[in-house]
Design a protein around this ligand. Structure first.
Ligand code: NAD
Ligand code: UDP
Length: 340
């Protein structure tokens, strides 16, 4: 059985990916410093899959701590989710963002090399396309970044490509996620943001549950069908499956694989409000306010390369994404029992 280290495996995408990995027959070990997660999420994953997951509360910047984990397990691959992800916060705290995201990836790759584990699946983001000139976005579209978070992702992508140039025995996947939403169908795990959510769907679900009054829609004057921003929302379980397929594709040969993980469908903010109202049978109050700094009009993937190279396609429709989010939110109105 192949053994995978999942860094950041206690977080939103990490917990869902642990399930897909275990269901696909992999053994999973998690490293997470729990700065944005609770141990409860992993406990619930263990309940869902009925398997114990070895967990180490280690920071990916802690080389000695990582070495200890690598001494105890022989890993076939690493999926690297651990990192900080809030765009606005990255502008306020660039040092923390570069240190955690870029510094953490350097240290992880170094330890992997030293233990001869050379399969690295990296969580990149559609943010590396900046403000795309055309949509849908293909993998060879121009890259540009506008904030420290995006720049940290692009730097890591470039770093990993340099690692491959120097040693072509590595197997590297740079997975560019679009907008993950939804939750495992059990309603036991889901996205659990700290404080007031920055992202659209967690915000809408907290309005629907009555924790927040009203959604502010950031801009009604974009050049989109209804004037509100358009994104490619993808079910987190489909995204998780994409990681399993990436591991399988990497087995074939050493390479750097760069793939979009999106659905190819663009939905506006108003589409999302309507879909969520339908799923939750609640009204989502909103007002249209001014644009959010740094936002773009439309961003959605061209998913054809993923179909071709990973034999993977997102399967769950928007209604399912909203129903699953709602099941998690309504069963856990305050998220997991408080962090840490
Ligand atoms: P998350 O915050 O839920 O998960 C990240 C996990 O990493 C958390 O459990 C956190 O405790 C852990 N972590 C953070 N810093 C760490 C460190 N120094 N050492 C060890 N663990 C650390 O976020 P997520 O939404 O699950 O995102 C996972 C990855 O996917 C991130 O790298 C993120 O940048 C990337 N990504 C997310 C989205 C999104 O919209 N959610 C989109 C594109 C890319
Ligand atoms: N959005 C919004 N109100 C919010 C949060 C987000 O109108 O409270 C909009 C945002 O302007 C964008 C879309 O919803 O058009 C998705 O935003 P999110 O922050 O979830 O993802 P990203 O902008 O990173 O794609």
């Amino acid at each position: 059985m192949k053994k995978i280290l999942v860094t950041g495996g206690a977080g939103y995408i990490g917990t869902h990916t642990c399930i897909e990995l275990i269901e696909a027959g992999y053994e999973v070990v998690v490293v997470d410093n729990l700065c944005n997660a609770s141990k409860e999420g992993l406990k619930r994953v263990e309940e869902i899959v009925n398997v114990e997951i070895p967990f180490y509360r280690v920071d990916v910047r802690d080389k000695t701590g990582l070495i200890e984990v690598f001494k105890q397990h022989k890993f076939d691959a690493v999926i690297h989710f651990a990192g900080l992800k809030a765009v606005g916060e990255s502008v306020e705290k660039p040092i923390e963002y570069y240190d955690t995201n870029v510094g953490g990836s350097f240290i992880l790759a170094e330890v992997m090399r030293d233990f001869n584990c050379k399969t690295f699946v990296f969580s990149s983001s559609a943010t590396v396309y900046g403000n795309p000139k055309t949509v849908p976005i293909k993998e060879d579209s121009p890259l540009s970044v506008t904030n420290p978070y995006g720049r940290s992702k692009l730097m890591i992508e470039e770093f990993l490509q340099d690692v491959f140039v120097a040693d072509e025995t590595w197997h590297i996947a740079l997975l560019r996620y679009f907008n993950p939403i939804g939750a495992h169908k059990s309603g036991l795990i889901g996205e659990d943001p700290n404080g007031t959510p920055n992202n659209l769907i967690p915000y809408i679900s907290q309005v629907a549950i009555g924790k927040l009054d009203k959604l502010s829609i950031f801009g009604g004057d974009y050049n989109t069908p209804d004037g509100t921003g358009v994104r490619d929302y993808i079910h987190v379980m489909d995204l998780a499956k994409g990681h399993v397929r990436a591991l399988q594709a990497l087995e074939n040969k050493p390479q750097v694989l760069i793939v979009n993980l999106g659905t190819g469908n663009g939905y506006s903010v108003l589409d999302m409000v309507k879909a969520f109202e339908k799923a939750s049978e609640k009204t989502v109050a909103y007002k249209i306010t001014k644009r959010r700094a740094g936002d773009i009009a439309a961003c959605y993937a061209d998913p054809t390369y993923a179909i071709e190279i990973l034999d993977w396609k997102a399967e769950r429709e928007l209604d399912k994404m909203c129903q699953d989010t709602w099941r998690w939110q309504s069963a856990n109105p305050n998220g997991y029992p408080r962090h840490k």
